[in-house]
Design a protein around this ligand. Sequence first.
Ligand code: PMP
Length: 402
Amino acid sequence: MEEAILSARVKGIQPSPSVAARALVSSLKSKGHEIIGLTVGEPDFGTPMHVVEAAIVGATSGKTRYTAGAGIEELRSAIVDKFDRENGIKSDLNTVTVGTGAKQIIFNALAATVNPGDEVLIPAPYWVSYPDIVKLYGGIPVVLTGDPDHDFKITGDDVRRAITPRTKWLLLNTPTNPTGAVYTRQELQDIAEALRPYPDILIMTDEIYEHFTFDGRTHVSLASLDDEIASRCLTVNGVSKAFAMTGWRLGYATGPAQIIGAINKVTSQSTTCASSISQVAAVAALNGSREFVEAMVEVFERRRGRAWTQLNAIPGIECAKAEGAFYLFPNIMKLLGCSAPNGKDIESDVALAEYLAEEAGVATIAGTSFGMPGYLRCSLAIEEKKLDEACARIARACHRLS
Ligand code: PMP
């Protein structure tokens, strides 16, 4: 097909590396390769049965039609209660919305607000989709890098240094994919103070991993700090991770009425509404107990401990102990410059990820995809035995480097 057929907009962005990595693992497996995939960004658990059952009841009782773009009232009401109960955020039926995944909400929010040349502050390492969505709308991703010894968390000073008259948004993700960093109340307050003199800057907090916090940490929502910050904060969340519902595609958000209204306008001209059946399921998920997610987080915490110990025992690998989410993000810089047994140079994290996939049968994602070369992202969403085996394989493959 002629290249000219594609828009400049689409030529300017990359396909999602995590989606591509998942496709690569599936294709290698289908060809008979025995590969352990540490690439997945979704819990390896089934959706809780009470949620599935609510969806069945919805589907068999006629909840099968278009809904309001902002979502069915029952779900919006459950979201209002959830934000109040769990996040200390006040909202109402007009200031919450529902989308086909948190990703669509982020996409629509940026579509609704970013003009060409607008700058969007994105802390690195970042979730792979943020910069490309910004670019799709002609915005300029401005990457902020925090201190690697502090889990790359950004500070108020980092924000102050990056602000220009074109700054439109700060996108903050806590707990963070890929590092697992969890911002404390004090760290969020420091960032809020930096934004205080700039009331026109919007803040988006992506809290999709909110329940995944370890070692007794708790998640804090930026919008819960005070009314002024809440008045310009879009809090994005979804049921994908907390209720193992990635395939149901259901996200939600709360924020200023004007932004929510604009998101709804984009939804009305794109997907119309999120799946009616997924919305019914999400009501059951949000109004139900936290038992499922708590049990799941315990499993992830145990896996994190095991994999963290095993990876750190490998010479050349230094791995921070993720505070949350479900990834480890080991620093592999000391392995760069080594040679593989076949003579190939391991000149980058991308080359190391390729070597591990080919030689060890372990798929990871290079830090470069997250805006942080010199690291690998290893997902913990895999059963313990396989995770142990993956770490052992990585260790053997690294020992073969010279
Ligand atoms: N934000 C982050 C940081 C994520 O890691 C993901 C999923 N990988 C999403 C948003 C998207 O979530 P959803 O399935 O609700 O679209």
